[in-house]
Structure formats: structure tokens, C-alpha cells
Design a protein around this ligand. Structure first.
Ligand code: SAM
Length: 310
């Protein structure tokens, strides 16, 4: 366990806060989709594939009765997955007020188009807060320790400054029990940088997404040695339109080690699909989620990286 007393004060400047607010406002403003809107989404295959990846990760690591901390839980899209794993307790934290409200609605089973089902069996606490700024060990002192900490498609929002990246990992480390598991997913920095080089400019993408780097940031960041604050704008049709930050995985891994998190598993999403589609139970899960088949090429080219530390 890392000693939080040993950390320097995690101070933030104003621009960092403005960017965190931009991210929060973006996600807060996204309304729940009807089932029909979801099925007609231009990225439906990608959404289903991402859900399959998260379901497999949860099945691999969650045990009956586990206490789970879901950092950046969003609208609670993973509640059903945790319920299937028969967890015992759930705490979800997200910076976006609107998303936490949707998550609460989903948990309570009110008027939710996705949830024509029984109530969840586990008690839950849902909190609106900045996971990469707040001392969650203080906020969640009565809820800790957790068996699992999950941060799906969101750890990269902590990489705007070293202070925030450290706060994120300090929170994870302080709240996990010894031997507990952290499961996270984030974009694969290697793929982003490779595509940027291939594009030969500051923008690349296809019919469903684009990524645009800022001239100033590119100049400053790729020439300076700092692996933090390498910002780009990410646009994904029908889902995302906000600033994000590159996370060089080797830096993530060594920073995590400083917080006593040892890497046990890392896979790019393509490798992950390749490996787990060898197992009949996960092929069946892919079929049930409606994610079998390639979707269109533009969606299958979106790449994420899964990492698990313990
Ligand atoms: N984990 C959810 C899932 O997989 O469905 C949501 C993923 S969504 C792509 C990213 C989430 O990160 C959003 O809900 C956003 O509000 C949240 N987020 C971004 N920065 C955050 C921060 N500093 N603290 C807490 N949540 C944050």
C-alpha cells in the first residue's frame, strides 16, 4: 500500500480545471437513448464490442460478494454486468452530474428503457465527484476496502497533468484491499501516435471518428520529455466530443508500480478479442450481445487498450 502522506500536494492550475469541466459538461449533456436510437447508432457495433470486452473482464476478475469501486462509472452501463457477477456492494463515482443522475435512475429501475428487469441485488452508493482530484480515500473511508476497482474508458482523462494521474492511482491504491484488482481500459497511445504519423498532419480519422491535435500542444509535448498533458480532441459519432490525453502505457505501468500496483495483464483490444474468442462461452456472450460479425470496417478500426493491475 502506498502511503498518501508521502505524496506532494496535488495542486491544479485553472486550465486543468477548465478542461476537466469541459469533459464533465460534455458527458453530462448526453441524454439516455431509447433502445431504437441505440440500435440505429452509427457506432452500434463498437458499443456492443466494448460491452463484450467489459463483460469478459468482469467475468474474469469479479467474484461473488465482491465490493466494487467503479471510477468514472458514467450512466451505469456496467451495473447489469456487475449484477451478473453477483457482487456484494457497488460504489460508482463520476464527475458528470447528468450521468450520475442517469445511473441512479437505472439503479432504481425507474422508467429505464434498458432495464425491464428486477432490481439489482447489491446495495449501491453513487457519488458525483472528480476521481482524479478528490481524496477518495477520505470520501470513501467507510466503504473501503474494495476487492475490485474498475475504470472503464476513462483513465486517460486523468493524464492531463502528472498531479491528476498520481491522484487517480493514489485513490485506486488507497482504496483497494491488499491483493485487490484494478481493471481499466483506455485508448492505445501507440495506435494513436502511429496513425498521426501516417496521416502526416494533425488530424486523422474515418467516417465514425476523428482525432485532432493542437499545433501548440504537439510542438510543446512531443519535444518536451513530459509524458503528461498531451492533449487531443476526440470526436466519436453519437458518443464523444471532448478533450482527451495520450497515456504512454510504459509510463502508466511504472507510475502504477509507485502506488504498489503490479501489472498482471495488458492487451490491445484486437489481441483481447483474438484471445477470448477462442473460448466458446465468450463466443456465445458475443452472440447474445449481438456483437458477432465485423460491423463496418470504420468501427472495427477503433482501438482501445485493456489493462489490469493487481
Ligand atoms: N465507465 C463508463 C462506461 O464504460 O460506460 C463511462 C465511460 S465514458 C467514455 C467516460 C466517463 O468518464 C464519463 O462518464 C465522464 O464523465 C467520466 N469522467 C471523465 N473525467 C472524470 C473525472 N475526472 N472524474 C470522474 N469521472 C470522470
Amino acid at each position: 500500500k502506498h502511503n498518501p502522506e508521502g505524496d506532494a500536494q496535488f495542486l491544479e492550475d485553472e486550465s486543468t480545471k477548465i478542461f476537466a469541466r469541459k469533459v464533465a459538461d460534455h458527458y453530462s449533456a448526453r441524454t439516455n437513448q431509447t433502445l431504437e436510437e441505440r440500435e440505429n447508432s452509427p457506432i452500434i457495433h463498437l458499443k456492443k464490442l466494448n460491452n463484450w470486452i467489459k463483460s469478459v473482464l468482469i467475468q474474469l476478475y469479479a467474484r461473488r460478494g465482491d465490493a466494487v469501486l467503479d471510477l468514472a462509472c458514467g450512466k451505469g452501463g456496467d451495473l447489469i454486468k456487475w449484477d451478473k457477477a453477483k457482487i456484494g456492494y457497488y460504489v460508482g463515482v463520476d464527475i458528470a452530474e447528468g450521468s450520475i443522475e442517469d445511473c441512479r435512475t437505472r439503479y432504481n429501475g425507474d422508467a429505464d428503457h434498458h432495464q425491464r428487469r428486477k432490481r439489482f441485488t447489491f446495495p449501491a452508493r453513487l457519488i458525483c465527484g472528480d476521481c482524479y482530484e478528490a481524496r477518495l480515500d477520505e470520501v470513501l473511508a467507510d466503504d473501503a476496502p474494495f476487492d475490485i476497482c474498475s475504470c472503464q474508458f476513462a483513465m486517460h482523462y486523468s493524464w492531463s497533468t502528472e498531479a491528476r494521474a498520481r491522484r487517480a492511482l493514489a485513490n485506486v491504491s488507497a482504496l483497494l484491499r491488499p491483493g485487490g484488482t484494478f481493471i481499466g481500459t483506455m485508448p492505445d497511445a501507440n495506435v494513436i501516435v502511429r496513425k498521426l504519423r501516417e496521416a502526416g498532419g494533425l488530424v486523422f480519422g474515418n467516417s465514425v471518428y476523428w482525432i485532432r491535435f493542437d499545433e501548440e500542444f504537439l510542438e510543446k509535448k512531443f519535444k518536451s520529455s513530459s509524458p503528461f498533458g498531451i492533449k487531443y480532441k476526440f470526436h466519436l459519432e453519437d458518443a464523444v466530443d471532448c478533450p482527451e490525453w495520450i497515456v504512454p502505457f510504459h509510463v502508466f505501468k511504472s507510475l502504477a508500480e509507485e502506488y504498489d500496483l503490479e501489472l498482471v495483464f495488458v492487451k490491445n483490444s484486437h489481441e483481447f478479442v483474438h484471445e477470448y474468442m477462442k473460448k466458446p462461452e465468450y463466443v456465445e456472450l458475443m452472440r447474445r450481445l449481438g456483437a458477432l460479425g465485423d460491423g463496418n470496417q470504420d468501427q472495427s478500426k477503433m482501438t482501445t487498450c485493456n489493462s489490469v493491475s493487481r
